[in-house]
Design a protein around this ligand. Structure first.
Ligand code: FES
Length: 600
């Protein structure tokens, strides 16, 4: 009877050698005394590693999204050095490699357009390289979800460490948050309340240390979500990038990934349905970024878990917003760190959390939270004294958004939460830029600003254009908020009564594409509704006329920007916002191949 191969905790069920000893995955590269083994070992020796340093040891990849073109991640090579120390001290061998890095500031048309490409890079590097586990280093908005998506699909043991938030900005004695306050003062500049020179002087005062934006924007929200999912070590979300405790955390991650490799703990055992529920609770309690909804849906999709918008809304009704951070509240991530970090938030939320979920610490979430404490009840409120009774983000539906839309109610004006107004329509972002400040624009503060062609296909890449600027003539009246509606996203640092992610988007025939100047739009957040009050007959007539004019490309129609390359693949496969804008063929996971399989 053939002997059953023994199951290796390091080799994750991979075949044993002739003596029955389990073979770690990496040793399929470095172990054999043949030509291939020769070349693999020589590749390390060529970098000055003597064989005794790596022979027989688990190899830990360090996937680094360091880049000078991503300022939030520019310090990640130093952090990687700390991960390496941890790996070496724990008896492993570290192998740092770069992956695509997506910075919010420099990339055109938008970093979101490339998030799926980065996730593919991460997944395929994990699969292709001779590693047994991986520490993922991220920071700026899209880098964290892209890494979690890739790691979920590859499903090799993984820990994610972010570069942490920046220290608080300080300008003329005022504490500033990136980039909520850049936006707020930009509005003041356009309204003529500050000078250009004053605005310019803020540039270096607000970004003054390593790390990502330090309001509860997308990067901070994704950090919080990663901690709630259990994919980073306790404390991982809030330690500032400039604080040496983040270096220590990176070193601990280097040691901890060795444990996960030995025990064969994969992301699929951490990122369970219950863990996603925890992540949504934390996002809602933080008044976090609307972008995080899209990213969570995409990460869950890689884990084979559906997260419909209705799930977010159900949890939103029973999760109070307890974190008092900009843009929904008053403080910044550095303050949250001193108040106890996301651990303090989860401790407060513990009656509604799934505490049995396993985390990369090797313990349960409940065990991780045993030492968590809150040191400031104004920054992390109690459940009895929340900032808002409900969660920060709610899902909407209605005749304008049959497949859903979202609004961040905690960053909106209470008086506009139920509002009916006349549509002022911009056909695209270019149209908006050309006309928004025109003295001829027929607009009043009670109108609803509508922008089309900013969704996953229309943008393309669903750019963060959703916080439409208010017309100058409205600003001159002292008005600072209006209802704004689009199929775009908005930055997690943005604010206002802004309805986003309208699905289906205008470019593929959604009703948003048929809105005309003067139509009446009704928003009712309490009822979770966004409706276009135009009768069905008229909509049918408009739909026919629009197609006849060829204004909106039909689904699947060739798009001028997508004739070849990545753009073509994107246009053919990107899904709508409610599915996380992932590519249809990327959902789910593929187990890592053995080295031998990969070569044949
Ligand atoms: Fe990187 Fe804001 S620009 S997180």
């Amino acid at each position: 009877m053939p002997r059953k191969p023994s199951v290796s905790p390091i080799g994750h069920g991979r075949p044993a050698n002739r003596r029955g000893t389990p073979i770690p995955r990496s040793q399929e590269w470095f172990g054999p005394r043949d030509l291939e083994g020769f070349l693999h070992r020589a590749g390390l020796k060529a970098q000055g590693w003597p064989e005794e340093t790596f022979a027989g040891k688990p190899v830990i990849g360090i996937a680094n999204s360091w880049s000078e073109a991503t300022h939030c991640n520019a310090h990640l090579r130093e952090l990687a050095a700390h991960v390496k120390r941890g790996v070496l001290a724990a008896g492993g061998f570290p192998l740092e490699f770069p992956v695509i890095s997506l910075g919010e500031f420099f990339l055109s048309p938008t970093s979101m357009f490339l998030r799926n490409l980065m996730s593919m890079d991460v997944e395929e590097m994990i699969r292709g390289l001779p590693i047994d586990g991986v520490v993922l280093l991220s920071g700026c908005d899209k880098t964290t979800p892209a890494m979690l998506m890739g790691a979920a699909s590859a499903d090799l043991p993984a820990i994610l460490i972010t570069g942490g938030p920046q220290l608080k900005g300080n300008w003329k004695g005022e504490e500033l948050g990136s980039c909520t306050d850049c936006r707020r003062y930009w509005t003041e500049l356009r309204a003529g309340r500050i000078t250009q020179a004053e605005y310019d002087s803020m540039e270096s005062a607000i970004y003054r240390s390593p790390g990502h934006c330090m309001v509860m924007g997308t990067a901070s929200s994704m950090g919080a979500i990663t901690e709630a999912l259990g994919m980073t070590l306790p404390g991982g979300a809030a330690i500032p990038g400039a604080d040496m405790r983040r270096s220590a955390l990176a070193e601990q991650a280097g040691a901890k990934i060795m444990d996960l490799v030995k025990q064969g703990v994969r992301p699929s055992q951490i990122m369970t349905e219950e863990a996603f529920e925890n992540a949504i609770r934390v996002l809602l309690a933080c008044g976090g970024s609307t972008n995080a909804i899209i990213h969570l849906a995409a990460i869950a999709g890689r884990c084979g878990i559906d997260l419909p918008l209705s799930r977010f809304d159900d949890l939103s009704r029973t999760t109070p917003t307890i974190v008092n951070l900009k843009p929904s509240g008053k403080y910044l991530m550095e303050d949250l760190f001193y108040a106890g970090g996301i651990g303090a938030v989860m401790k407060r939320l513990s009656p509604m959390m799934n505490l049995e979920c396993k985390t990369v610490s090797g313990r349960t979430l409940g065990e991780d939270l045993e030492e968590a404490q809150c040191f400031n009840d104004d920054i992390v409120r109690t459940l009895e004294n929340p900032l808002y009774k409900e969660g920060g983000i709610v899902a909407l539906k209605g005749s304008l958004a049959p497949d859903g839309a979202v609004i961040k109610q905690t960053a909106a004006s209470p008086k506009l939460m139920k509002h009916k107004g006349r549509a002022v329509v911009f056909e695209s972002y270019a149209d908006l830029k050309a006309r928004i400040d025109s003295s001829d624009l027929d607009v009043t503060p009670d109108d609803v600003l509508v922008m089309k062609s900013a969704g996953p296909i229309g943008g393309p890449g669903m750019p963060e254009w959703g916080m439409l600027p208010l017309p100058k003539k409205i600003l001159a009246l002292g008005v600072r908020d209006m209802v704004r509606v689009s199929d775009a996203r908005m930055s997690g640092t943005a604010f206002g009564t802004v309805v986003l992610h309208i699905s289906p988007e205008s470019a593929i025939g959604g009703p948003l594409g048929l809105v005309r100047d003067g139509d009446i739009i009704e928003l009712d957040v309490a009822e979770r509704r966004i409706d276009l009050l135009v009768d069905a007959k008229e909509m049918t007539r408009r739909r026919a006329a629009t197609k006849a004019k060829g204004v909106a490309p039909a689904e699947g129609e060739a798009l001028p920007w997508a004739s070849r390359g990545y753009a073509r693949m994107y246009a053919q496969h990107v899904m709508q916002a409610q599915y996380g804008c992932d590519f249809d063929f990327l959902r789910g996971k593929t187990p890592v191949q053995t080295h031998v399989q990969a070569h044949h």
